[in-house]
Design a protein around this ligand. Structure first.
Ligand SMILES: [Zn+2]
Ligand SMILES: [Zn+2]
Length: 236
């Protein structure tokens, strides 16, 4: 059976070669990222795992219990995320899901939830990249994906707003589906691509707790290192 799966992987590799999640070069069928990119990824370290910031902001209360980010939103990882957002990248999802599986926090998760998109934005792009990441995470850690817990009802563009306005908009942008009872008493993993100010994660975590969840662990592909109006320009 092992030989058979090796042969089928070899054949797949021949016709549909795997590509590096970050630079799109061809890699071996069992690799997500090429060695060159792997050496260039800036992993996010030395930060407060409770609030997700290098300079702790735990005093300014947040609804999530932990915020864990894989890397810094920069260089090859930023390119990989932009590719994931523009045309979906299963390799990027695999790369991230493998990282999540290695986290000690992954052991105690009961359900996986993702940051939703508005129907309008979903129609435009044809997929929700955070949902795609969450699907891979759910299968990597073998926990159920809950798709209908949160809804996004309003779109906005970060870079046009001040920090206060952004907070206000985030507050109005997300809602929870009151009919969802499956998160009651659970430890929930909330998946998103980028953590910027943490406002989106905070709002979504508070809604997940409104649904009865015991705790919310956020996992993101990347953290925006220096928050300025320039690099918060991505739209959610
Ligand atoms: Zn690469
Ligand atoms: Zn902190």
């Amino acid at each position: 059976m092992k030989t058979l799966s090796r042969i089928s992987s070899f054949v797949l590799d021949l016709f549909f070669p795997a590509r590096c999640a970050l630079c799109d070069r061809i890699v071996k069928y069992d690799e997500c990222v090429c060695n060159d990119c792997l050496s260039k990824v800036r992993y996010y370290g030395n930060y407060c795992k409770t609030c997700g910031f290098t300079v702790c902001r735990c005093e300014s209360n947040h609804s999530y219990d932990k915020a864990l980010c894989m890397g810094i939103y920069d260089g090859v990882l930023k390119e990989g995320i932009l590719r994931l957002k523009s045309k979906m990248s299963q390799q990027m999802c695999r790369f991230f899901a493998e990282w999540v599986r290695g986290l000690p926090e992954a052991e105690n998760i009961d359900a996986v939830v993702f940051v939703p998109m508005t129907k309008k934005r979903f129609k435009q792009s044809g997929f929700n990249h955070s949902k795609a990441l969450a699907k891979y995470v759910s299968s990597a850690i073998d926990k159920p994906l809950v798709c209908n817990a949160l809804v996004k009802v309003k779109d906005y563009t970060h870079h046009k707003l001040s920090a206060n306005e952004r907070r206000e908009y985030v507050n109005e942008a997300y809602e929870c589906a009151a009919s969802v009872k499956s998160l009651s008493g659970k430890t929930v993993m909330l998946v998103d691509d980028i953590m910027t100010t943490g406002a989106t994660l905070n709002k979504c975590a508070s809604l997940i707790k409104d649904l009865g969840a015991k705790s919310v662990i956020c996992v993101c592909v990347a953290k925006v290192e220096k928050i300025s109006t320039e690099n918060t320009a991505h739209t959610k």
